[in-house]
Ligand binder design. Structure first.
Ligand code: HEC
Ligand code: HEC
Ligand code: HEC
Length: 151
């Protein structure tokens, strides 16, 4: 009986610690503020940080249209690049845990994005597709599909 009680105490303590960890968030006057995970790679963002904070969505959408609709591929503002630098070291992803880069801020700002329904949230180990790649046919089919959606 004694050992059972001791076991219970241990379980409770562990639960309490886990809870404390989950709640370890800075508070500003009682309200939670977002904890933005530091970029794992790179000294600088693709543009000035303050500019990115306000304008990343525009950059991404312009870049998507240039790539998908006009077929212009430049790496500078690619979504793959964002994920390469901003994936968290803990989860390897930008959007699988609430602390992950894209989610941390969006849940605070109540922004919902559907980008990761299709795009991977983790850095891809494969090389970028080029037209002679065996999978290129299926990729361009997707591009046409997407171009259709956004028209
Ligand atoms: C229905 C599926 C789908 C959704 C949803 C979607 N995309 Fe895409 N996206 C694609 C496909 C397919 C391509 C073309 C394949 C490629 O170039 O990697 C693409 C290409 C892109 C590109 C250019 C390639 C790159 O890696 O930079 C960007 C930028 C992009 N999408 C951003 C977004 C953003 C931002 C959102 C959310 C607002 C989004 N996409 C939502 C399917 C989707
Ligand atoms: C070469 C690595 C690299 C790439 C590529 C990159 N970033 Fe960044 N980003 C950084 C660094 C470094 C910062 C500065 C803050 C930090 O250290 O986390 C930053 C800051 C930001 C911020 C502001 C965060 C804050 O603290 O307010 C946003 C938003 C952002 N990036 C979005 C993006 C998006 C979207 C893309 C893709 C279009 C992208 N980044 C591509 C490295 C990168
Ligand atoms: C510094 C906080 C912050 C970070 C980090 C951040 N976002 Fe955002 N994002 C916002 C805010 C705030 C908005 C809403 C802006 C508005 O409505 O004008 C937004 C909006 C967006 C939108 C447009 C959504 C819509 O429907 O209008 C996209 C797409 C987007 N973010 C992509 C990303 C991606 C991808 C990442 C991770 C690489 C990311 N964001 C990281 C703060 C952030």
């Amino acid at each position: 009986m004694k050992s059972l009680l001791a076991l219970g105490a241990v379980a409770l303590t562990t639960a309490a610690l886990a809870w404390a960890g989950a709640e370890a968030q800075p508070k500003a006057g009682g309200a939670p503020v977002p904890v933005i995970t530091k970029a794992a790679k790179g000294e600088h963002c693709v543009e000035d940080t303050a500019y990115m904070r306000r304008n990343h969505m525009k950059l991404l959408l312009v870049h998507r249209d240039r790539t998908v609709l006009q077929g212009i591929r430049t790496p500078k503002h690619s979504l793959k690049g964002c994920i390469d630098c901003h994936a968290s070291e803990a989860t390897g992803s930008v959007a699988s845990a609430k602390e992950d880069f894209c989610v941390s801020c969006h849940s605070y700002a109540a922004v919902k994005i559907d980008c990761f329904d299709c795009h991977s949230t983790k850095p891809q180990r494969t090389t970028a597709m080029n037209p002679s790649h065996p999978h290129a046919a299926s990729v361009s089919a997707n591009v046409e599909e997407m171009a259709g959606v956004s028209r």
